[in-house]
Design a protein around this ligand. Sequence first.
Ligand code: GAP
Length: 513
Amino acid sequence: MTQDELFKVLVAHCKEYGFIFPSSEIYDGLAAVYDYGQMGVELKNNIKQYWWNAMTRLNENIVGIDSCIFMHPKIWEASGHVGAFNDPLIDNKDSKKRYRADVLIEDYLGKIEEKIEKEVAKGKKKFGDSFDEEQFRATNPNVLREKAKYEEVHNRFKAAEEASDFAEYRQIIIDCGIVCPISGTCNWTDVRQFNLMFSTSMGSTADGANTIYLRPETAQGIFVNYLNVQKTGRMKIPFGIAQIGKAFRNEIVARQFIFRMREFEQMEMQFFIKPGTELDWFAKWKETRMKWHVNIGMGAENYRFHDHEKLAHYANAATDVEFKFPFGFKELEGIHSRTNFDLGNHQKFSGKKITYFDPESGESYTPYVIETSIGVDRMVLAVLSHAYKEEALENGETRVVLSIPAPLAPIKAAVMPLVKNNEELTGLAQQIMNDLKFDFNCQYDEKDSIGKRYRRQDAIGTPFCITVDHDSLVDHCVTVRDRDTMQQERVPIAELRALIDKKVNLNNLLRNL
Ligand code: GAP
């Protein structure tokens, strides 16, 4: 199966097993908006808890808040979002479809990369064991031709991006012969800037503040509460404020399922520090966040940093933590050294003094900030895409299993009586369920054969299946089946809680950080 096919299968699986549904589906859906189903919400909550506890419980100097989506409109002027939170858009005059000009070029570059990889794969097949990939890449005429094309377009694109030269974006699109996928023509408009914020109106118009925005990031809610938290929490620099919440962006290229949505959730932490110490803290947070990711157990090789060459005007260092999604390495989290841009601007726009008095040095200053910002939905996608597996079994059948890291799995254990029409078995199974449900999210399942029930639980990633059989009534033991190894063992009912806890307790993950 190609990665493309695998991704389509994953999207269908997410719907079939209650993880993620297209929003408003009975009305044919709403583009780039998705709802979480009964399994998805549990997975999402577990991810949020892992992040929240890692930030606020493990660090005495980080506290959490929950600010509102609606905020004073001046906030978005101060933050620069009204003036500069734009995407470069281009329309095809024939199809009347709108695209992001930079994404059209990136896709074109991606296709060249694909061609190079196909050429290498062909070489591998042809030459077998004697294949020298490095030499092939350095000498094969087809690879060299495509590489040269890539370099030329890539360099022009980067220069245009650096200079915000949108006429050049259009020229690259024309020169590369990039056509609209709908009309197939190259009949493009000029490139225009399009603001990504959603706006709505609130209350009366008397105060002139009737147009308000749905926040495009949660970070500003932290900045405008900086003084409140610092004073009421008697926080001393360095300290952090964490927040999880919804953000909204009118994304034009909305695709790749929950990777890029118009309504999504962020987990952001702003760490306030003394000016001049920011690059040390930036390095520290890079390390800390990568550890958090790798600790989940999805393979260190599936993560990498992508340090930004072009920095936003307010940043003096920035990097992305990229994850290997089925469509390649893509941004999962951003870590930014934001200087004192945000606090400084809020000070200017609000007229309120936002400085910190350092009791030790006797100095006053506007703190600098290191930000860590991760999309909850992208984490969900990372976990699901890594977990989805189709395994060939010894009996010739195939099983679909989600090998979700056990502490994040939606259901931790399924309790099953061997047969459903035996009151003694169902009674004992219910009793076990009623006992375990206070510690773990469990599911009681008595329908269909045991084999079918195992498959159902594999498909939602349940680490343990517990079967109550006739012997259980006598020996007070049950059969516990492990999702990953499919091994079964006999376990005394009294030891079930400890056995499950060892594998699924989130604190075990947190202790390794
Ligand atoms: N406060 C900084 C900030 O918002 P960002 O790089 O624009 O930075 C941070 O966003 C993270 O939010 C991204 O790394 C990504 O995980 C997530 N994110 C951004 N836009 C998204 C979208 N349209 N859909 C889903 N997640 C998104």
